[in-house]
Design a protein around this ligand. Structure first.
Ligand code: PLP
Length: 397
């Protein structure tokens, strides 16, 4: 049998922070995946919050099959139907008015910042600075590395592109202090995912929205992790009673197919012909998967399901917290949840879970994150809790 891990060692750039777990996954169905030896795992990583309908969902598979037979790619020199169908559904279902498609989260965010700078040039006397939060994550291009408020991401690539001011998250005073005549936008995640599921105060985004209105600057919400039903509403902003001027999406949008989207209110939609573009962005194959995914989520009221199953999952996790003193926090919303420990236990918990057939993610040395497919049921939750309980009881000894 081919030793795939040896091939990886030999040929692949080893860039991933946590290095790969020692399994070669070959297929998936719903919330389950199988490795090359036939071992089954319950997937609570969900492709880093991408596989919102689980693996091989028939609706996504059918959309991809049908579209692949017809037209995979054309370029944006032409109109294509899936792109416009997806744009229509996104606008109809959100508070935004216009869409631009890319291929990933970082591209969506780059586009958002370009749009905000364009807005600054046209309407704010050339303002170009974007205030972002410490602990945020916005992607891996140079500009999005600068937007990402984590010094460890900056250091290997200094100097950083200018124009990003990183301030404390969940601190309206810090945003106010950092706002100057050069500020064109504030960019935030409704919940910080990569930092270990950091949930702000309920009124934080409202206060930021009010400040942006007062100053005439734009509010960009990076909903790459929180959007598409993850928090139990189609968009994270709905949970906090605000509307962004610009919103970015990626991850779950096409049920696993690479895609990114930048949405803007009409008032912020200031790009003109030639300002922005993409070869693959909005490609018919990805958009067909996106349209099928969105339609399924809306027609089947998946967000209501996320509220129910997410509430059950967090309740069961809180029971584990009551049982094990080394669990210091259980937090999150919908199906974006985290368990925090009093020491750096996350690596061993992750490995023990893997051993017992459960996939979890470790965003921080003392935090595991759960972001399963949105279609999991209470039995899946019970199975995951059972495995976590066994793993934790081993730690307790
Ligand atoms: N923004 C947020 C909030 C994310 O969680 C991520 C990825 O984890 C990104 C941006 C970057 O997305 P991508 O990896 O698709 O470029």
């Amino acid at each position: 049998m081919t030793d795939w891990m040896e091939l990886e060692k030999k040929y692949y750039m080893r860039t991933f922070a946590h290095l790969r777990l020692p399994v070669v996954l070959v297929k998936g169905k719903g919330a389950r995946v199988w490795d090359e030896t036939g071992r089954e795992y319950l997937d609570f990583v969900g492709g880093w919050a991408v596989n919102c309908l689980g693996h091989a969902h028939p609706v996504v598979v059918k959309a991809l099959n049908n579209q692949a037979k017809k037209l995979i790619h054309t370029s944006n020199q032409f109109y294509t139907i899936p792109q416009l169908q997806l744009a229509e559904i996104l606008v109809q279902q959100s508070c935004l008015n216009r869409v631009f498609f890319g291929n990933s989260g970082l591209e969506a965010n780059e586009g958002a910042v370009k749009l905000a700078r364009r807005y600054g040039k046209l309407k704010l006397n050339g303002a170009y600075e974007v205030i972002t939060a410490l602990g945020s994550f916005h992607g891996r291009s140079l500009a999005m590395t600068a937007a990402t408020g984590q010094e460890s991401f900056h250091v290997p690539y200094l100097p950083m592109p200018e124009g990003f001011i990183n301030v404390n998250y969940n601190d309206i005073g810090a945003i106010k202090e950092a706002t100057t005549a050069k500020t064109c936008a504030v960019m935030l995640e409704p919940i910080q995912g990569e930092s270990g599921v950091i949930v702000p105060d309920d009124d934080y985004l409202k206060k930021v929205r009010e400040w942006c209105d007062q100053k005439g600057i734009l509010l960009i919400l990076d909903e790459i992790q929180t959007g598409i039903g993850r928090l139990g509403a189609l968009w994270g902003y709905e949970c906090y009673g605000v509307e962004p001027d610009i919103m970015t999406l990626a991850k779950g949008l096409a049920g696993g197919v690479p895609i990114g989207a930048l949405l803007a209110k009409e008032s912020a939609s200031v790009f003109i012909a030639g300002d922005h573009g993409s070869t693959f962005g909005g490609n018919p194959l990805a958009c067909a998967a996106g349209h099928a995914t969105m339609k399924y989520i809306i027609e089947n009221k998946v967000t209501g399901h996320v509220v129910e199953v997410g509430t059950y999952l967090i309740e069961r996790l809180k029971q584990l917290k009551d049982k094990y003193a080394f669990i210091t926090d259980v937090r999150g919303r919908g199906l974006l949840l985290a368990v925090q420990f009093n020491s750096d236990l996350a690596q061993s918990v992750q490995m023990e879970c893997l051993e017992k057939g459960l996939l979890v993610n470790k965003p921080k040395p003392n935090v595991i994150r759960l972001m399963p497919p949105l279609i999991i049921n209470n039995k899946d939750v019970d199975r995951a809790i059972d495995i976590l309980d066994k793993v934790f009881s081993g730690i307790n000894k």
